[in-house]
Design a protein around this ligand. Structure first.
Ligand code: TYD
Length: 213
């Protein structure tokens, strides 16, 4: 098997945008072609980071924005060192449900923490690791709410609409600033159409990903 790819792809968007579904279908497809694929989520993805996730998302906890930022970054630093780097080194394609763009969008644009601080701490936590490609699954707040209706909101999902408007704005600004890396996908479309859009962008940017097996 040809396994020379180092490929790290992140998925971003507000809650209910369909990231997890798209990651699952894409992962199954890439595996069926003979790729080694690891899917992870942030915060979380290994034991220590999942423990931090519980603290961050429990609606019982009151957490100030800087503490929140540092907890997300701690979970990230650990996940990269323990899980993502080793997987990339072993030839896995890594699909990540969120990465540092979520921190820029949620803690920066949403909570209002200085963006330069966030960029600096992202660089420290990631040790310079950047996604090769990021899909921003773009949905409006109404669609997101409709899709998330069936489950109880976590601490961050309890934020008001203006918070999420700012988060969406943040993701769009990142996409404008880094158009080669962050691709905006209209995620109001049905699951199959969104999946096909993702595949055609991948085929365009990284044709080798489809050549394995
Ligand atoms: P997610 O796993 O997408 O939630 P769910 O599984 O409930 O859909 O993300 C958890 C929450 O954490 C989400 O509201 C976004 C938030 N978050 C941040 O605020 N900053 C970050 O850096 C990350 C990674 C997530």
């Amino acid at each position: 098997m040809l396994n020379f790819l180092l490929m790290f792809i992140s998925f971003e968007g507000i809650d209910g945008c369909g990231k997890s579904t798209q990651i699952k279908i894409l992962s199954e497809y890439l595996i069926s072609l003979g790729n080694k694929v690891l899917t992870i989520r942030e915060p979380g993805g290994n034991d220590l980071s999942e423990a931090i996730r519980k603290i961050l998302l429990s609606s019982k906890n009151v957490i100030d924005p800087i503490t929140e930022l540092l907890l997300f970054e701690s979970a990230r630093a650990n996940l990269i060192q323990e899980t993502i780097r080793p997987a990339l080194d072993n030839g896995f394609i890594v699909l990540s449900d969120r990465f540092y763009d979520s921190t820029i969008a949620y803690q920066g644009y949403g909570r209002g923490i200085n963006l330069d601080y966030i960029t600096q701490i992202n660089t420290i936590a990631t040790n310079g690791l950047k996604p090769d490609l990021t899909f921003f699954l773009d949905v409006d707040i109404q669609t997101s709410k409709k899709r998330s209706n069936y489950r109880i909101s976590d601490r961050i999902e309890l934020s008001d609409d203006s918070f999420f408007e700012n988060v969406i704005k943040g993701f769009h600004i990142i996409a404008v600033n880094e158009p080669e890396r962050m691709i905006v996908i209209n995620a109001k479309n049905d699951i199959k159409k969104t999946h096909n859009n993702i595949l055609s962008i991948l085929a365009d940017k990284f044709p080798n990903i489809f050549l394995l097996s």
